[in-house]
Design a protein around this ligand. Structure first.
Ligand code: 4UU
Length: 577
């Protein structure tokens, strides 16, 4: 058993809301001046100060608890689903719901109605908060469930995209929302009083339900408790964000994902660092926002480094304020780091350094468990860093966890500590399969630990595919493919794209009528039609960008499990040709 070399950190027994916002003196919010900027909308420049964020959150929470159409369902521990791209409204909705004692489940804003339906029903959410942009999908989803329109409208709160009301009049929604409760309405009535706020006597209460497929199967609700989230807040100071008050963060990763949820919305509040929120990643606006807001740090995924290494916009903007990039959610190659550093540092003075480090995290571990210290960014390039405080690790050679890997040898990473989730929602079987009786969480990732205690992720044992850091559960895509009338069997794997620094989902399918797809032309046409058809069924990040191959039979074990390793090996051979 490897213990973290950092001293254990104290985890406060308060609610997350109290931890973030409790005042230590007059005019302060969470120990810092209420007038400091907390979140800034990148496109409009609208700013929420700490004090206005607190005020709006308490108003939103109060609205949820007292609005005549919602009050009866706003019971402590009930669940709200947030379905929205990044916006200034996000932290208000999130922290307002937390203050009101509700749970939040956070959905990918690119989801199709069918994908959203799974999370909505599985989480048991009673209310959906969405934007005019997401409304169509939400209504269609409720239609799929057979909910009559009048009832459907009682399950939706609508917000405008950028919360312009924070600084002025609200933007007009582009669709008729007169039958829905609006966010403006919820903010009007008053504020949650001290006595109504959730307090964390029971910090083992579930707070967030992000969805993750874990090592196998479909997305499952990950129960993150107040204590889990607090453990993130306490462990990360050991290594992270020592840059001081002049720092400013650019947030481009989607807030529904645990990485951005934790590091883009919670952590900066603890450090009093303003966060510029960009709705979606796009190369030119990313560079333009770094220049405009003099961004010093950003949380990214490897494909963003491809942009920094190659995109022409990098030459058009001044990126010299950027001094710290944390990459996570997928493996990062050393070459790419070197290319980015060479390109950006060529335009800088020697006193304008740039550190690029990797972090490792998972939805199930709230999330960060490893982070490479800035001081080691060159010396240990390629490493995810040492184990963070309050954590223990093991590396297991075999799938049953009986044999520990030898020193310096690869093994499956198991983790134990306060940040490990409570379990998968309403899924004791999946929970028992992923957390052992003595508390070890099996990551499904293969890692090596060097003699100095730095970890390297070298492979993945689980089925999960990562497209640009987004989860693509193969089992889910296989399920969709099997609903296609012309497909008899299907398997999905990830293939590596070095150019894009990501995996790409690739499908292997068996035709239901093999006689129809005998010639290479017929095969190609069928493959293309299946790829196109998928684009009508799933969110963008799950498109079959790695291609569709038609084969005679899907390789399976005696027990019927798809032998993904065989498919991956043959894809590698093909790629070499
Ligand atoms: C190789 O991706 C995440 C969380 C990422 C994160 C969070 C906080 C990174 C840094 C940080 O500080 O969560 P999930 O649940 O979507 O996916 C988890 C999986 C891991 O099991 C692993 O397979 O994503 C992969 N992964 C990585 N792989 C995550 N980080 C890395 C990494 N290198 N650095």
């Amino acid at each position: 058993i490897y213990k973290s070399a950092y001293p254990d950190a104290d985890i406060p027994q308060t609610s997350v809301f109290t931890r973030l916002f409790a005042s230590k003196g007059p005019g302060d919010v969470g120990g810092f001046p209420g007038s400091s900027s907390a979140f800034i909308d990148a496109s409009s420049g609208t700013t929420l100060t700490r004090a206005s964020l607190l005020d709006l959150s308490l108003r939103f929470g109060h609205g949820l608890r007292t609005h005549p159409a919602l009050a009866s369902r706003a019971k402590r521990g009930n669940t709200i689903l947030i379905f929205s791209p990044n916006s200034l409204a996000w932290p208000v909705i999130l922290f307002g719901s937390v203050a009101a004692g509700l749970r939040c489940t956070l959905a990918n804003s690119a989801y199709t109605p069918a994908e959203l339906k799974h999370q909505y029903t599985d989480s048991g959410a009673y209310l959906i908060i969405t934007t005019d942009e997401g409304l169509g999908v939400v209504r269609e989803m409720l239609g799929l469930l057979g909910v009559p329109k009048k009832d459907a409208d009682r399950r939706i709160v609508i917000t405008t995209q950028d919360l312009r009301w924070a600084g002025g009049p609200g933007a007009k929604p582009s669709v008729d929302v007169s039958t829905l409760v609006s966010m403006e309405e919820l903010l009007k009535a008053g504020k949650l009083g001290q006595e109504e706020k959730f307090e964390g006597a029971l910090s083992d209460e579930t707070l967030y339900l992000c969805y993750s497929s874990g090592t196998t199967g479909k997305p499952k609700g990950v129960e993150s408790t107040h204590r889990n989230i607090q453990s993130l807040l306490s462990i990360v100071p050991a290594t992270f964000l020592r840059n001081g008050p002049e720092d400013i963060i650019l947030s481009i990763l989607p807030h529904y994902h645990i990485y951005s949820l934790a590091q883009g919305l919670h952590l900066p509040l603890i450090y009093n660092l303003p966060v510029v929120i960009q709705t979606r990643f796009e190369p030119v606006s990313f560079c333009a926002n770094i220049e405009k807001y003099k961004i010093t740090l950003s949380l990214i995924v490897p494909p963003v480094l491809v942009v920094l290494a190659r995109h022409p916009a990098v030459e058009q903007y001044d990126l010299s304020t950027l001094k710290y990039l944390v990459s996570g959610a997928a493996p990062l190659g050393r070459d790419l780091v070197h290319q980015v550093k060479a390109r950006l540092l060529a335009k800088r003075r020697p006193d304008q350094p740039l550190d690029i480090v990797q972090g490792f995290g998972m939805t199930e571990t709230s999330p960060t468990t490893h982070l490479l210290p800035q001081a080691d960014s060159e010396r240990k390039i390629g490493s995810i860093g040492p184990l963070l405080p309050n954590l223990e690790a093991r590396l297991l050679e075999d799938e049953d966890g009986l044999v520990d890997a030898g020193e310096g040898q690869p093994g499956e990473l198991w983790l134990r500590g306060l940040s490990v989730m409570k379990g998968y929602l309403n899924n004791p079987t999946a929970t028992a399969n992923s957390i052992t009786a003595d508390g070890w969480f099996k990551t499904g990732d293969i890692a090596i630990r060097d003699a100095e205690g730095f970890y390297y992720i070298v492979d993945r044992r689980k089925e999960l595919i990562k497209y640009k850091g987004f989860q693509v559960p193969p089992a889910e895509l296989e399920g969709v493919l099997l609903t296609h009338p012309e497909i008899a069997d299907a398997a999905v794997i990830g293939v590596d794209s070095v150019e894009e620094a990501t995996e790409l989902p690739r499908a292997y399918i068996v035709a239901a009528n093999p006689d129809k797809v005998k010639t290479p032309e017929a095969k190609a046409a069928f493959a293309q039609s299946v790829a196109k058809w998928m684009e009508t069924k799933v969110a963008r990040h799950k498109f079959l960008r790695g291609g569709v191959a038609i084969i005679d039979i899907i390789p399976k074990s005696a027990s019927g499990k798809i032998l993904r390793r065989e498919l991956r090996d043959s894809a590698k051979v093909e790629a070499k040709r």
